[in-house]
Design a protein around this ligand. Structure first.
Ligand SMILES: [Zn+2]
Ligand SMILES: [Zn+2]
Length: 145
């Protein structure tokens, strides 16, 4: 971690896996896609996207399990507690660290993505992308709340 960068502590549900994120995320928001929903077992995923080098495992690396249904997403969890930690997106060159596992990080969502798949409507005034922004390989189209 660079001395001039802010670092935030993260961990899995049981604490076996510890990690830090440092610097500024490349993006923050809520994803409503069916994959996030099924993987998280929740209606929506609060994501923070980081360059891979911004995420450093400090403890329990050997306890991290990986599953990749597609080459787009390598989903990581703790083999001890089953708690989800983050998902690597190699094609985007970014790692999604779930906002819920870095509780001290000042999470401020900028947008909602994959809102066409939403099962939970969120009337918070933030932009609702039909799929993904252009810079993330999507249509860039926004939809009504
Ligand atoms: Zn754990
Ligand atoms: Zn998603």
């Amino acid at each position: 971690m660079m001395n001039n960068e802010k670092g935030y502590q993260g961990s899995c549900f049981c604490g076996t896996v510890q990690f830090t994120v440092s610097g500024e995320p490349a993006g923050m928001g809520y994803c409503h896609c069916g994959s996030c929903r099924r993987w998280s077992a929740g209606p929506v995923n609060a994501f923070t996207l980081w360059k891979p080098e911004a995420v450093q495992i400090t403890q329990g690396a050997e306890n991290i399990g990986t599953y990749n249904k597609t080459l787009k997403s390598y989903r990581k969890w703790c083999k001890n507690c089953g708690g989800h930690i983050f998902t690597e997106h190699p094609e985007m060159g970014l790692t999604d660290v779930y906002a819920a596992v870095i509780p001290d990080f000042p999470y401020h969502a900028a947008l909602h993505v994959n809102y066409q798949e939403a099962v939970l409507q969120v009337k918070d005034g933030l932009p609702k992308m039909k799929d993904l922004p252009n810079e993330m390989g999507g249509s860039g189209v926004t939809v009504a709340e």
